[in-house]
Design a protein around this ligand. Structure first.
Ligand SMILES: CC(C)(COP(=O)(O)OP(=O)(O)OC[C@H]1O[C@@H](n2cnc3c(N)ncnc32)[C@H](O)[C@@H]1OP(=O)(O)O)[C@@H](O)C(=O)NCCC(=O)NCCS
Length: 429
């Protein structure tokens, strides 16, 4: 028997049976509920999509109450510990883990698409000396669509594949060049002898040495951070990629929209806020006063709380461990002590316990990025590189989903109607 919801419209006294499938009802079914034939049917009002499913997806599973995050069914903890970013990217895009041959072919393809057309370089060099690297990344990813006009052929699987490979391969190049630009340093070309993440570090930090070889522990830590950011189901930037992609535009334009969404402080910018907060607190002695300020409603404990997770964010646990590895190489960031003490107090304090406020992914990631000597503007660029396979997996799912349509929400109109237009010459006379 199909499950259903019985709705009684008190305006008309009429009852409707609305089928329930997968814990949802179809908004279109509510459209059949009308008080009269010439009126539009009932719609749902849901700013921010807080309780609206926009798609069916088999990419990422989250259970916020239990603190579970899985990519294609695999727990994030296992992937972070035992996999690599490129293997996770393969998993997200293809839906299954690669065989040895598939993995080698995938790594080879990504490695040999890291270079960009020289005109992309000239284009990037045209930005102002102090351009924000996220603005540069967004524009240059969008610009790639003009270099690969064939990318608009989104119904061809082989074509989709090559654009996905190109984008995953070129994002670190564009991200690193945005960083070098702000520093007034020459752009460094990719080194295809290096792994994905080691090559990224080389493009960021190489100076006059003939080969840049980063400490393996740093390479691993950054690789883990990319894995942790690789997908997070229907978040703001993924929704932007899907929404723009639903017009059947090429994937570079859709991903540029995702980069734009991530640029916003409510999405990608929280780890920077955590750093500012820790610096403001300054020392352990000031923590009790700070916590009191939070409880009195004068402050927010940045890096705590999450719209979805009402338990320890599983990514935060892994990042905490990565902190130890990074600080072993770079020396301990003095802010770590304050962060750890804050966490300890907050996890025991009734205010935070009652509200289910736990550390989220951003609580420790800023500390790590700072240890790498990234300026705060770069934090979101790193996030974008990690999120690219997720955006593309979701985009690929969208374009193959027969149920999807061009994104076009409804509105509740609140303006005037039927006014008579008086030409300017008469109004101003
Ligand atoms: C992430 C966040 C926006 C989620 O917000 P949300 O799901 O809308 O949660 P709410 O704002 O409804 O919070 C519920 C309660 O917890 C409190 N709360 C939530 N996050 C808090 C925080 N970081 N510090 C102090 N109190 C917090 C709210 O004041 C509210 O208390 P009340 O019931 O007494 O009014 C929010 O927790 C936050 O601002 N966190 C800090 C910023 C951050 O780390 N963002 C990164 C997210 S990955």
């Amino acid at each position: 028997m199909t499950e259903s919801l019985t709705v009684r419209d008190n305006r008309t006294g009429q009852e409707y049976d609305v089928p329930i499938l997968d814990g949802t009802i179809k908004a279109a079914d509510l459209g059949k509920i009308k008080s009269s034939d010439d009126e539009p049917g009932l719609a749902v009002y849901d700013p921010g999509f807080v309780n609206t499913a926009s798609c069916r997806s088999s990419v990422t599973y989250i259970d916020g109450e239990k603190g579970i995050l899985e990519y294609r069914g695999y727990p994030i903890e296992q992937l972070a510990e035992k996999s690599s970013f490129l293997e996770v990217a393969y998993l997200l895009i293809h839906g299954a883990l690669p065989t040895k041959a598939e993995y080698e072919a995938w790594v080879h393809e990504i490695t040999f698409h890291t270079f960009v057309h020289e005109n992309v370089k000239s284009f990037m060099q045209g930005f102002r000396y102090d351009a924000h690297p996220m603005g540069m990344l967004m524009a240059s990813v969008g610009a790639l669509s003009t270099f690969y006009p064939d990318a608009r052929n989104i119904s061809d699987a082989e074509n989709r594949h090559i654009q996905i490979v190109r984008m995953i391969a070129k994002m670190p190049t564009l991200g690193a060049w945005s960083f070098r630009h702000a520093q007034g340093k020459p752009y460094v070309y990719p080194d295809n002898d290096l792994s994905y993440t080691a090559n990224f570090l080389s493009m960021l930090f190489k100076m006059s040495e003939s080969k840049f070889e980063a400490d393996e522990r740093l390479v691993k830590a950054l690789d883990v951070l990319f894995i942790l950011h690789a997908d997070h189901e229907q978040n703001c930037s993924t929704n932007a990629v899907r929404s723009v992609g639903s017009s059947q535009v090429d994937p570079y334009s859709a991903v540029a929209a995702g980069v734009g969404a991530l640029y916003g402080p409510l999405h990608g910018g929280a780890n920077e806020a955590v750093l500012r907060m820790l610096k403001r607190i300054g020392s352990k002695e000031n923590i009790p006063d700070f916590i009191q300020g939070v409880k009195d409603g004068n402050e927010r404990l940045m890096g705590f709380g999450h719209r979805v997770y009402k338990n320890y964010d599983p990514r935060a646990k892994i990042i905490k461990k990565a902190c130890d590895d990074v600080f072993e190489v770079t020396g301990v960031n003095p802010l770590l002590e304050i962060a750890q003490e804050l966490e300890k107090i907050a996890l025991e304090d009734e205010y935070f316990v009652k509200r289910k406020l736990y550390p989220n992914v951003d609580f420790y990631s800023g500390l790590i990025y700072e240890a790498f000597q990234f300026p705060p503007e770069m934090f979101t660029v790193l996030f974008a590189i990690g999120r690219t396979p997720g955006w593309l997996a979701q985009w690929s799912e969208l374009v193959q989903d027969k149920e999807q349509k061009i994104a076009r929400p409804k509105q509740i109109y609140t303006g005037d109607r039927g006014l008579d237009f008086v030409p300017a010459a008469q109004r101003w006379a």
